[in-house]
Every structure is written in structure tokens, then in C-alpha cells.
Design a protein around this ligand. Structure first.
Ligand SMILES: Nc1ncnc2c1ncn2[C@@H]1O[C@H](COP(=O)(O)OP(=O)(O)OP(=O)(O)O)[C@@H](O)[C@H]1O
Ligand SMILES: [Mg+2]
Length: 312
């Protein structure tokens, strides 16, 4: 096992599913390296292959080819040991309805062979705000409580890597931010986190690095900041004092005038707001407010996924 730099290291992984006689390439030469202690986001449209990859890591889906190491352990050589290194929070809310949260956590710990003295059932329930529900039937839990319980189940054996497949799908804003806080906390404790999400705001808030997947292929990867740099188009909106006719020398900024708001787009590598304001002054256009839009991960996602779609 020795020392390892990457908690998860996958190389040229392929997975084909057969739906009736139709072959579906869920992963095509998929490679990824996730550094120890980081939070890594897997983004991609529905059916991109995210859950397939996660399920391969957990030994739930068998890959057709490629190599996967978890904490330096090749999963083909020692799936039992590699499974101990990860805790997976699945996308589906599949919980045995007849057990209580406390019982489910105890059962799960038993499955992993965690001795009674070392179990952290109460601590996990407390951290996930489920203490009040500790003895309730799981079937009486709300969707958000179930999701938190699934997170708890993934933590019972104190794994080094936590994998969360859509951790906040269908939870309310308050629970979402408490899950975010919890993810950040376990990350600070040194755990490696890999998560999938459709909420780009979530990826922006949590992830150090991001991979975007489409049709089973990785289309882009980098630090959050690097990805944000891809978007060089910014927009700026001026709230005008008086009605105007758009002068010709603003045409290059793709101007849109709605009521008294003038919106202009510009390439941040070519010009800046100061130059634009100079042009407004030159045309004697007065404004009382400026709003800028930096471009966010959603813009990056749309850009790379869209350009990928047209090439396929
Ligand atoms: N057990 C299976 N049998 C057949 N096809 C499958 C199976 N699991 C996944 N697939 C197919 O593999 C592809 C990738 O699916 P996957 O669940 O990995 O996508 P995903 O990125 O997790 O999507 P989502 O965002 O909707 O959760 C899809 O075309 C899906 O229909
Ligand atoms: Mg999925």
C-alpha cells in the first residue's frame, strides 16, 4: 500500500452496459486523480457516467477495463481492503424502513466489524442532527433526514475517503447549508471527499477541483479557479439617468437596453470597465448605478457541455 499522494487514481476505465441488445458506453477511457485531503466535484448532465464511476469505486459495478487505486490499493487485487477505505453515500434514498437511525448505524458498524467500544453512533447522530430521531422508524423520516442518515451510514467505519452522490438533492436550504458545513468539517479533519452534484453553486462553494463529464468522457478538469478563468466574457449593467439612443461606438459590446438599464458584454482579456465608462462619458451618457456579472461555474458548465454536445 505504502505512501500515496492520490486517494483515488483511475486510469483508462471503460464500462459498457447492455440494455437489451443495445450497448451503452457509460465510461470511456476515464482517468482521474484525486489528491489526498481535497474536495473533488464530478459534474455532468444526467447519464454522464458519474454514478457509474462511483459505483465502480465501491465495488458495486464491475468495470470492463482500466485500473483503479484507492489509497494506493488496486481494487482488482484487494476489493475488501479498498472498500474499507471509502464510505459511499448513494444517490438513491434506499434505507431499510423498519430500523431506527440508531439501529441502522449500529448494524452498519457491525457489518464493517467495528468493535462496540469504537462505534460512534451517538456522535454521528448528533453531528447530523438526528438525535431526536434516533429511535424513530426510518420510514417515518423526511427526505432530508434520510439523506443525512445515509451520510451517517457512510461514516461508521471512519473511512479515509467519503464519496457523496448528490448529497443535497431534494433537501431544503437550511439542511443543505448544514450538510455543506459538515462536508467542510470532515474535509478539514483530513478526509478526501468526492461528490457529484447538479447544483453548480454547491460545487463552487465546496470543491477545490472539478471534473466535468459528458457521455462517459472527461471533457475538462482543473481547480475551480482555473475553470472560472475559461469564462472571459463579463457583463456590466448601467442604470441610466435619462433615456438614450445607443451610440454606434457601443455596438461592439452587444448592447441591450431595457427600460433605463443598459447591459454591455465585454471580453475581460481585451478591455475593462474603465474603458467602457470612458466611452459612456464621451457620449454624455449618465448613470447612477453599475452592476457587474463575473461569470460563474454555471457559465463554464454551459460552455463546455454545449461545445461537447455539438461535436458528438
Ligand atoms: N445498471 C445499468 N444498466 C444499464 N445501463 C445503465 C446502468 N447504470 C447506468 N446505466 C447507463 O449508463 C449511463 C451513465 O449512467 P450514470 O447513472 O452513471 O449517470 P449519472 O452521471 O450518474 O447521471 P445522473 O446525473 O442522472 O445521476 C446512462 O446512459 C445510464 O442509462
Ligand atoms: Mg447519478
Amino acid at each position: 500500500m505504502s505512501d500515496y499522494k492520490y486517494s483515488i487514481e483511475a486510469k483508462s476505465v471503460n464500462k459498457v452496459f447492455y440494455k437489451k441488445s443495445l450497448a451503452v458506453d457509460a465510461l470511456i477511457n476515464f482517468s482521474i486523480k484525486i489528491k489526498k485531503g481535497t474536495i473533488h466535484g464530478l459534474l455532468g448532465p444526467n447519464g454522464a457516467g458519474k454514478s457509474t464511476f462511483i459505483n465502480i469505486l465501491g465495488g458495486l459495478v464491475k468495470k470492463n477495463s482500466g485500473k483503479v487505486n484507492i489509497c494506493g490499493i488496486n481494487i482488482d487485487e484487494n476489493i475488501k481492503l479498498s472498500k474499507f477505505k471509502i464510505g459511499i453515500v448513494p444517490q438513491e434514498l434506499n434505507i431499510d424502513p423498519f430500523f431506527s437511525p440508531a439501529e441502522l448505524l449500529e448494524l452498519q458498524a457491525g457489518l464493517y466489524g467495528v468493535p462496540k467500544k469504537k462505534r460512534k453512533t451517538e456522535e454521528i447522530l448528533e453531528n447530523l442532527k438526528l438525535t431526536d430521531q434516533r429511535n424513530a422508524y426510518a420510514r417515518t423520516l423526511s427526505g432530508g433526514m434520510r439523506r443525512r442518515l445515509l451520510i451517517g451510514k457512510a461514516l461508521v467505519h471512519d473511512p479515509e475517503i467519503i464519496i457523496l452522490d448528490e448529497p443535497t438533492a431534494g433537501v431544503d436550504i437550511e439542511i443543505r447549508s448544514s450538510i455543506w458545513r459538515y462536508i467542510k468539517r470532515i474535509s478539514k479533519e483530513g478526509k478526501t471527499i468526492c461528490l457529484t452534484t447538479h447544483y453548480l453553486e454547491e460545487a463552487e462553494n465546496l470543491c477545490d477541483n472539478i471534473s466535468i463529464i459528458n457521455f462517459g468522457k472527461k471533457i475538462i478538469e482543473g481547480s475551480k479557479n482555473d475553470l472560472l478563468k475559461i469564462i472571459s466574457t463579463k457583463s456590466v449593467a448601467f442604470v441610466l439617468v435619462d433615456a438614450i439612443k445607443i451610440p454606434d461606438d457601443l455596438r461592439e459590446f452587444d448592447p441591450v437596453l431595457t427600460n433605463n438599464v443598459l447591459e454591455l458584454k465585454y471580453d475581460k482579456n481585451k478591455t475593462n470597465i474603465k474603458n467602457i465608462i470612458d466611452k459612456l462619458n464621451k457620449n454624455k451618457i449618465e448613470f447612477k448605478e453599475i452592476n457587474t456579472n463575473e461569470g460563474d461555474l454555471e457559465d463554464v458548465f454551459k460552455k463546455v457541455v454545449k461545445s461537447n454536445d455539438t461535436t458528438i
